[in-house]
Ligand binder design. Structure first.
Ligand code: RIB
Ligand code: CA
Length: 311
């Protein structure tokens, strides 16, 4: 860790792409901790997977589990994308042990108060983050900001809503209205960043167990994408872009925008409404909306990070 690396708490629901986000974070940030939330799979699975990835990297960071369900809605998962385990596609080692605690929210609050200037990086449903911001409003002035994967100009779980927001729109609404710095990496960005076959081969060509495991995970993840989509050549590797927004900002094009979350719609529940009107009445922007990524360069960051931990 170098002093110029951002300090972050990565709140995640591993999740194939969350695993890649953990690797990039381990390589390029000071990971204060990993917190887990139910999302791609139930909390027990996402927590197990976060510990396994942490262990594979030899990362010195605690894993704290958090919310097993959204603030008010019923829990929903995505085994149709990630498999029953949440990370199907590879022979994974057993986790080294249980999470450090089951109080992710308390960890987030205490750690942000003790480490002023940390970033919160949610890459799953934002239940833990919403609970922390509601319990400790002072976090707004203590954190450097929030860089999230979620939302965008179109949906995936519904025509309008992206999965992380759709799972817990009320928590996402707390995040988008918290009033501090906010970076959104939505589907319009992350679908530019696909695990195309040549990119997966770059991973498979690396030595060591980690690269072998990740190549298998990416094969599985990409198959679920290409089998369900018409025009996608590989899995959209969403979550590491929320980390690279902080570590490699030169790879992105960003616009300031006013974004709100739909919490009442029948067909639009969980939609991120990005106000693109050219009107003076549009409220001031509350979000840095990442609209483009240099996908080849970003994939090189992923491959280098995997190589760094492969031996
Ligand atoms: O919609 C994509 C997001 O939902 C990603 O974070 C993926 O891991 C799932 O959590
Ligand atoms: Ca995720």
């Amino acid at each position: 860790m170098s002093s110029d690396q951002p300090s972050i708490i990565l709140d995640c629901d591993p999740g194939h792409d969350d695993a890649i986000a953990i690797i990039v974070a381990a390589r390029h940030t000071n990971v204060l901790g990993l917190t887990t939330v139910a999302g791609n799979a139930p909390l027990s699975a996402t927590t197990r997977n976060a510990i396994i990835v942490r262990d594979l990297l030899g990362l010195d960071a605690p894993v704290h589990s958090g919310a097993e369900r959204p603030l008010i809605r019923e829990p929903k998962h995505a085994d149709y994308v990630h498999g029953k385990s949440g990370m199907d596609g590879a022979d994974l080692p057993e986790p080294s042990g249980p999470p450090a605690s089951t109080d992710a929210v308390g960890f987030i609050i205490d750690t942000c108060r003790a480490n002023e200037g940390a970033w919160l990086v949610p890459t799953g449903p934002m239940t833990n983050i919403g609970l922390a911001l509601r319990a400790a409003p002072d976090l707004k002035d203590r954190i450097a900001g929030i860089s999230l994967m979620g939302g965008g100009t179109f949906g995936n779980r519904t025509a309008a809503a992206e999965f992380n927001i759709w799972c817990d729109p009320e928590a996402a609404d707390i995040v988008f209205s918290y009033g501090g710095p906010l970076i959104m990496s939505g589907l319009d960005l992350t679908h530019q960043f696909q695990a195309l076959p040549p990119r997966i081969e770059m991973v498979r060509a690396l030595p060591g167990q980690l690269a072998h495991v990740l190549a298998g995970l990416l094969d599985f993840f990409s198959h679920t994408y290409t089998s369900r989509h018409h025009g996608i050549g590989g899995a959209a590797v969403h979550d590491p872009l929320a980390v690279m927004a902080l570590t490699h900002p030169h790879l992105f094009t960003v616009k300031n925008a006013h974004v709100e979350v739909e919490t009442d719609g029948v067909r639009t529940l969980g939609m991120t409404i990005i106000d693109q009107r050219d009107l003076k009445e549009v409220p001031p922007g509350n979000c840095e909306w990442q609209t483009h990524v240099d996908a080849d360069a970003a994939w090189d960051v992923v491959v280098e990070a995997i190589a760094h931990f492969s031996h």
